[in-house]
Design a protein around this ligand. Structure first.
Ligand code: GLU
Length: 301
């Protein structure tokens, strides 16, 4: 029975789209008699993560009945584990320093003869000589990239089905020295013994990178389920500017946690009246294989 996880970034209040993903993670982790959903706090970036956001997020999850098992893992306390993984990749000669700015990457990737998947790194710094590296290091600190050799990764996503992606040389350590999200995430999943990752499908494109990195680091594979995001009525990803979208906004309008849970259940195609009683009451109705792939429009409580 797979162990699942939910990994919020404490950068603000969770909106109904995030809460819906958390609810789906709970449902996946409890259907079919499974019982384990673990919590990770993605507070790796000191510039954006705040303890007060974390407290509010955890209170909202708790109010909705989204419960967790085991110890909470905080990325801000995991530097040693990340350094260890990065060192291992260095030792296997799978890394190189990259001095490119975002603008340089954009320009190199859009050059007429270059055909790359959107957002892929064009490889500018891959084969610099040591003299050139030393010269460039004088002007700009280096990020560290994984040498992925444009490997093609195929996996079966629990929601989206068979997916094939070419992996580019992605960043494993930012140029301010902070380990990158993909690296931290796979190291943490292994530490928490995670077997099934359910998260928003905005992260689907990056999943091949994580699968490849797990293989390179000798970490166990996980199953993936990328669930559809909530969008506004223009079809754009839901955000703060879309009005009452957090639990506290909705409370001010007179909707309690049970009403929000019911609206979220309805958005997943589950019976709203059952949701009033709690998440467990939804389990008999929940079929992960029946989840729609397309985005869902939030139309309020
Ligand atoms: N912390 C990430 C987010 O809130 C999720 C990371 C993950 O689930 O792998 O978007």
């Amino acid at each position: 029975m797979p162990i699942g996880r939910y990994a919020p970034s404490p950068t603000g209040d969770l909106h109904v789209g995030n809460l819906r993903t958390a609810m789906l993670a709970w449902l996946f982790a409890h259907h079919d008699g499974a019982t384990e959903l673990r919590l990770r706090i993605d507070d790796l970036d000191p510039a954006t993560a705040r303890l007060e956001h974390e407290h509010r997020q955890l209170a909202d999850l708790d109010d909705l009945g989204i419960t967790f098992t085991g110890d909470v893992l905080r990325q801000s306390e995991r530097d040693e584990a990340y350094r260890h993984a990065i060192d291992r990749l260095h030792r296997h000669d799978l890394t190189y320093p990259c001095f490119c700015s975002r603008r340089e990457i954009r320009e190199a990737a859009s050059a007429p003869h270059v055909h790359l998947p959107e957002g892929a790194y064009p490889g500018t710094c891959r084969d610099l000589s040591s003299t050139e590296r030393a010269r460039r290091a004088e002007n700009r600190p280096a990020a560290v990239r994984l040498r992925a050799d444009a490997v093609e990764v195929t996996f079966t996503d629990g929601v989206h089905g068979l997916t094939t992606t070419v992996v580019d040389d992605f960043v494993i350590q930012r140029n301010d020295g902070v380990p990158a999200y993909n690296l931290a995430s796979v190291v943490d999943d292994a530490t928490q013994n995670i077997e099934e990752v359910v998260r928003g499908d905005d992260l689907l494109d990056g999943t091949a990178r994580q699968i490849h990195l797990r293989e390179r680091l000798g970490l166990p594979a996980v199953r993936h389920g990328h669930v559809p995001l909530m969008v506004n009525d223009e079809g754009k990803r839901l955000a703060k500017r879309d009005g009452a979208v957090t639990l506290s906004d909705l409370r001010e309008l007179g909707h309690d946690a049970a009403a929000v849970r019911a609206a979220l259940a309805a958005s997943i195609g589950l019976p709203a009246d059952a949701a009033q009683a709690g998440l467990a009451a939804l389990l008999p109705h929940f079929d992960p294989n029946a989840l729609a792939i397309g985005p869902t429009v939030w139309s309020g409580c």
